[in-house]
Design a protein around this ligand. Sequence first.
Ligand SMILES: [Zn+2]
Length: 231
Amino acid sequence: MLEIPSEMFGPGAKMNLTLLYDEQDAILVDAGLAGCERAIIAAMEAAGVPFDRLNKIIVTHHDFDHLSGLPGLLKLAGRKIEVLAHTEEIPYIEGTKDLTEKVKKAHADLPAEQLEAQLENYRKREKVAVDIALADGQELPYCGGIIAVHTPGHTPGHLCLYLKNAKTVVAGDATVADNGKLFGPAPIFTVDMPQAVKSVQKIAALKPEKIICYHGGLVSERVAEQLLAIK
Ligand SMILES: [Zn+2]
């Protein structure tokens, strides 16, 4: 797990990117905020994985705190790094679709100004080309086996990863953690909350021993039990 400071989410806040690696592959899950590229590269080096080994980046979803660092990382690499994402998220990542209609519907009760700020936030998302489309349940033959788990709700094509060897879920924003306690995604940033709760139950069914939340970090106590309790 690479802890990258993200003060825009409050003092001391961090984004928790996941770095998966073995002899063949070095894979980053999510790419942080624009401007954090150097911090990500330094954190990789500190983990003993030089940036020039990075060959894949898996994007859990297109929110700016997961995606806006990606163009900078690709540029700094100056070589091919494959970008992977769930099929349904690709149009949002590539910018051919946006969530404004869904956000308007889901958050119609928000004060107009707040809703407009939300919509503006979705309109200015980064646009990045994706190389490999992932399907629900697909096993990637990297780092001991990584299973793609489609977990819609927070966004339509949100993706979690299940790391077979480590019995660990990389949750993206499907769940958030606070001091070891697990919660569902923040409703205000989620386009379909009932679907997001179903997705939490889908990852609970994997009976993970550990879970890495992008916001809140690693949780390793009573993970499956905590996930089942999210309603
Ligand atoms: Zn996020």
